[in-house]
Design a protein around this ligand. Sequence first.
Ligand code: HEC
Ligand code: HEC
Ligand code: HEC
Ligand code: HEC
Ligand code: HEC
Ligand code: HEC
Length: 393
Amino acid sequence: MAKRSVSYLLLVLFAILIIPPMSSAKKSFREQFIDNYRNNKFQAQVILVKRNKAILEQEIRKLMEEAHRPGLSFREKIELLDLASAMATMHMHWNKGSKELVDEIARLQKEEIEKEKERKSFIRGIQEVERVPGNFVMLTHFDEMQEKGLSPVVYPHWVHRLFFRCKVCHEDIFRMARGTNPVNQKSIEEGKSCGVCHNGKLSFDATSEKECERCHILGKPEATPLVDLSLIDPQELSEMAERVGAYWDVEKLPGGRYPLDRFGFIDWIALENTDAFEPASSLGTENGEKEETRDNRIFFRSTSKFMKSVIFDHRIHTTWVKCSLCHPALFKPELGANKIRMREMSEGKSCGKCHGKVSFTYADCKRCHNHKGAPPEGVLTREPQDAGRAIPR
Ligand code: HEC
Ligand code: HEC
Ligand code: HEC
Ligand code: HEC
Ligand code: HEC
Ligand code: HEC
């Protein structure tokens, strides 16, 4: 009994000693090939390829299939095809394997590279268009659009701001959050969403075959004027404004051009100050109910040694947007009740809900932090009675 268990132990020991070399010898063909390939073991590779002649084509096809698996990155695909190409080339040289296989792989590689180029230029195209604040590429129905051979839609806020206040659309027609509105060709044909205006009366007709590409425009040369702000010739503004119930007098526009900020985008405050335009605040009802505005300014004393203080102007904001967009979801309507944090802005909250998306960017520090010293007269100040709550120390 004891003897048997000793010999059993020896057997196990023997097995442990012998298994590692055996398993390394049992590396798959692919593993050995990669090892030789990476380490320039040329002789070993020739022997390996000749010895495995019978299974080579099958191995190559397996690699080609794997390269087509969904979810792989471009790099992973190219690495697999690279390996397949190396195998096929050696198979051709040393085993008289087929040249067609080599060509087929070269074709696949080229296809993948083209696809990657397309993907990259597609992303670059979106970034280029969206460089302009408020230019949004709409992609929710990307697949349906592609199926019909249509480009994705570019929605340009700046073009619409030339004629409409934000309150015309937000939030009677569109919720002010991207991708949350049910916009598709059916809703447009029913006179909803874009179709409220793009019906051939207020603006061009979105159901006319001739007009599809005025919106489905991403990646086309015709999209450039949406980016360089040349789409609408200021000379045409008066006629267009009249049609939609807005007002434009290009004579009052200095030099006949839109005033620009330091980033080269329209400076809406400077434009407003020229008195050259008055966008419509509602559709149709010319003397109808006017949205409430509030005419006061609020002083945010800087809590930072390095930044000047900020003056928030209710009048500027309420001519453009409705109270309900800010109150109470973004800010409690109570002096000193809200703490403003830059981090929240950069996350698209607080003032950053608009600034950096459609209005001038929150990265333009001095456009907000521009008041030095004591608050000017007539400005509501959050201090001293409210400071305790606003800025706890
Ligand atoms: C003619 C209609 C129209 C006008 C006028 C308009 N918008 Fe919009 N707005 C839209 C549409 C369309 C979207 C995108 C909706 C979607 O993707 O579902 C949008 C989305 C937004 C968003 C969401 C951004 C995001 O990242 O989620 C903000 C912020 C916004 N608008 C601000 C404004 C401001 C500020 C004004 C006025 C200066 C304004 N809009 C004027 C139509 C309009
Ligand atoms: C409140 C009315 C209104 C709504 C809503 C509206 N638009 Fe417009 N849009 C206009 C007006 C007015 C123009 C100026 C062009 C014209 O009418 O001649 C315009 C111009 C455009 C342009 C410029 C193209 C060109 O060739 O002039 C695009 C693109 C556009 N709209 C897309 C959209 C999309 C996409 C939607 C919906 C997500 C939408 N619009 C919703 C009124 C509107
Ligand atoms: C005023 C701008 C505008 C015009 C003009 C326009 N579209 Fe669209 N279309 C849109 C918007 C916005 C969407 C939604 C895009 C998204 O969110 O992905 C859309 C989506 C679509 C879709 C995909 C969703 C669906 O409903 O199946 C198709 C297909 C489509 N449009 C066809 C057309 C055709 C055909 C024309 C011309 C007869 C046209 N569009 C003209 C704005 C427009
Ligand atoms: C849209 C207007 C706006 C812009 C643009 C803006 N800020 Fe502010 N910021 C405010 C307001 C309002 C406050 C609150 C008052 C305070 O605490 O000073 C504030 C607070 C701050 C604070 C103190 C609170 C905190 O979050 O640390 C710092 C620091 C600051 N801003 C730095 C910056 C810098 C740097 C930039 C440019 C990258 C910038 N701000 C751009 C409006 C703005
Ligand atoms: C763009 C955002 C925005 C809009 C739109 C807006 N508010 Fe405000 N409101 C603020 C901010 C920011 C404060 C300052 C809160 C604080 O001190 O913490 C404020 C403060 C207030 C206050 C307290 C201070 C005061 O002015 O007496 C009231 C009341 C108020 N808002 C009412 C309104 C009404 C009514 C409207 C529409 C006519 C409106 N607000 C539109 C952002 C806005
Ligand atoms: C609902 C959208 C919205 C929100 C939220 C918002 N703003 Fe604005 N703001 C605007 C619009 C629209 C303008 C007009 C100029 C533009 O669009 O570039 C403007 C203009 C301004 C200006 C005038 C700049 C100048 O050159 O005179 C300042 C300052 C400003 N905002 C500060 C703030 C601060 C501070 C907050 C947060 C407490 C805030 N805004 C929140 C939409 C918004």
